[in-house]
Write a protein that binds this ligand. Structure first.
Ligand SMILES: Nc1ncnc2c1ncn2[C@@H]1O[C@H](COP(=O)(O)OP(=O)(O)OP(=O)(O)O)[C@@H](O)[C@H]1O
Ligand SMILES: [Mg+2]
Length: 239
């Protein structure tokens, strides 16, 4: 079966010559939870953005949910993201004046598929009673649950998460990671998550380490302590 996300020899050079990704190849099958780690500036967000069709690589090929995103026009790419992809960011990216329900219903209101009933999804992320509350009144952990619910409601093939627990305390963060883990295990959603936190990465199946835009390690995720050690190994020690 074809991978849900497939990068082949992807490079991304920013203006002024920064080579943020160097020849990155990565295949993520359905239901796999991948953590991407590396020092600041190593290219993690750039990798996520290229994989999600939010940014175009300078060279190489990106396939997403069976489509070659490097060949899609902007409108088709927008539809592909809306219909097949969920996003969860550190900063939630919700509309705080709208209610929980309205935020989660937004992808469908914008024309996306409503694969699952909003109330069922809210229940599944532990927000059953909060549908009518404005998002602006919620705690950080509750907001991130709304973001996960919004990501899940379209029945995506893949969720891209950039530091989803970066603004949360460890307990609340673990609850969010549990939701992503469940989406991978029960719904076969692929998850590509960027994190700086070895404890968060330990929830994944597979760990990809970046250094200066290149993949320097890619394999089964070890325990958090071993992750921290590997991370020290790829992070440059200041001179
Ligand atoms: N829009 C941009 N224009 C020019 N250079 C950029 C741009 N975005 C990122 N870069 C550069 O590309 C490199 C990789 O950046 P990226 O944001 O992918 O790193 P990161 O691993 O996500 O870092 P962090 O952990 O700090 O979020 C860095 O050198 C960064 O300065
Ligand atoms: Mg980043």
């Amino acid at each position: 079966m074809e991978s849900v996300v497939s990068l082949t020899a992807v490079s991304r050079r920013y203006p002024r010559g920064v080579l943020a990704l160097r020849d990155v190849s990565l295949d993520v099958p359905a239901g796999q939870f991948v953590a991407v780690m590396g020092a600041t500036g190593s290219g993690k967000s750039t990798l996520l953005h290229c994989a999600a069709g939010l940014d175009r690589p300078t060279s190489g090929r990106v396939r997403l949910a069976g489509r070659d995103v490097t060949r899609l026009r902007e409108a088709a790419l927008t539809r592909l993201r809306r219909d097949r992809v969920g996003f969860v960011f550190q900063s939630y990216n919700l509309l705080s004046e709208l209610t929980v329900r309205q935020n989660v219903a937004l992808p469908a209101r914008l024309g996306g598929p409503r694969a699952r009933p909003v109330d069922e999804v809210l229940e599944s992320v532990g927000l059953g009673g909060l549908g009518r509350r404005p998002v602006g009144e919620l705690s950080g952990g509750q907001r991130q649950r709304v973001a996960v619910a919004r990501a899940l409601v379209t029945g995506p093939a893949v969720i891209f998460a950039d530091e989803p627990t970066g603004a949360l305390d460890p307990t609340t963060g673990a609850q969010i990671l549990g939701l992503l883990r469940t989406a991978a295990d029960l719904d076969r959603v692929s998850v590509l998550m960027v994190t700086h936190d070895p404890v968060a990465a330990a929830w994944s199946d597979r760990l990809v380490l970046l250094r200066d835009g290149a993949v320097v390690a890619d394999g089964p995720t070890p325990q958090a302590e071993a992750i921290a050690e590997r991370l020290r190994g790829v992070s440059r020690v200041p001179a």
